[in-house]
Design a protein around this ligand. Structure first.
Ligand SMILES: Cc1cc2nc3c(=O)[nH]c(=O)nc-3n(C[C@H](O)[C@H](O)[C@H](O)COP(=O)(O)OP(=O)(O)OC[C@H]3O[C@@H](n4cnc5c(N)ncnc54)[C@H](O)[C@@H]3O)c2cc1C
Length: 243
């Protein structure tokens, strides 16, 4: 693993990619290396008055092959930290510490890899899939990701392009509350279930499963996989605590 250390980076720009969800671009220090799926601690130059502090952990949603910048993708809800993030000016310096985490693709697994994400939990998988595509990997990678309504979906165009260019990559979006949306949706609906997984993954017994999201989603999905008799050592999890 790459050793973690402190770096200074500069904010470049933000792009709104869905309702309340933004990607924040930072200058990647030349000496900073990471493995797709890893995260940093990001510290803003601020004094938080809401008692929640000035640092957060965020996965790097961009792939290591993107050398000039790295990207954080997050929901803007209500904390002082998120408000400050939204108001960052170009070239503002911020501190990071990283890279951290072992939630990376098991390169030794010759069989299928199944990624399961609730909403914003898609960020490490976006990096991992883009990395696999950049390396022309032939590993079987299947991502299942759920969002309440189509308006919340992120990375749709990028991931659709990846799946079209790389037959080993599949992405299944499912919408859990289609009735709450104004947009039409022809894809899968409902929560990520045994039935949905079996529809797209042929060899469950050999696959490694990776789950990411807010803690309740991770726990529910882990239980689902256990009920499907997936062995514990085939399940890897990362909890986005804080949501
Ligand atoms: C390893 C790891 C990787 C992560 N990667 C990502 C990532 O890629 N993207 C990402 O978005 N998150 C990620 N997270 C989660 C992230 O670190 C934050 O915890 C999360 O974004 C919530 O941020 P926030 O505390 O600023 O709260 P907000 O996003 O503002 O809100 C989250 C919740 O806290 C409540 N809340 C917020 N402020 C207040 C307040 N002042 N008073 C009362 N309640 C409040 C909100 O109502 C909401 O329920 C990751 C976490 C870990 C541990």
């Amino acid at each position: 693993m790459i050793p973690s250390q402190s770096y200074t980076t500069k904010f470049i720009k933000k792009i709104k990619i869905a309702r309340n969800i933004y990607s924040f671009y930072f200058k990647r220090p030349a000496e900073f290396d990471f493995i797709a799926g890893q995260y940093n601690r990001w510290t803003l130059p601020m004094t938080a008055t809401d008692g929640r502090g000035s640092s957060r952990f965020f996965t790097i949603s961009s792939p290591p092959s993107q050398k000039e910048t790295f990207v954080v993708t997050t929901k803007i809800i209500q904390s002082d930290f998120k408000k400050e993030l939204l108001e960052l000016h170009e070239n503002r310096e911020i501190k990071i510490f990283g890279p951290m985490g072992q939630f990376v693709l098991d390169e030794n697994n010759p069989d299928g890899n199944v990624f399961i994400a609730g909403g914003i939990g898609i960020t490490p998988f976006h990096s991992i899939l883009a990395d696999a595509a950049a390396k022309n990997s032939d590993k079987l990678l299947t991502l299942f990701v759920s969002f309440p309504v189509p308006e919340d979906i992120i990375f749709f165009d990028e991931l659709t392009q990846l799946t079209q260019a790389h037959q080993n990559i599949k992405v299944v979006y499912t919408i859990t509350k289609p009735q709450d949306s104004q947009k039409s949706w022809n894809g899968e609906t409902g929560r990520i279930s045994e039935e949905l997984i079996k529809k797209y993954v042929k060899d469950l017994s050999k696959s490694i499963f990776y789950i990411v999201g807010p803690p309740p989603i991770v726990e529910d999905t882990q239980k689902l996989l256990e009920d499907m008799k997936i062995p514990d050592d085939h399940i890897r999890t990362e909890q986005f605590s804080g949501y």
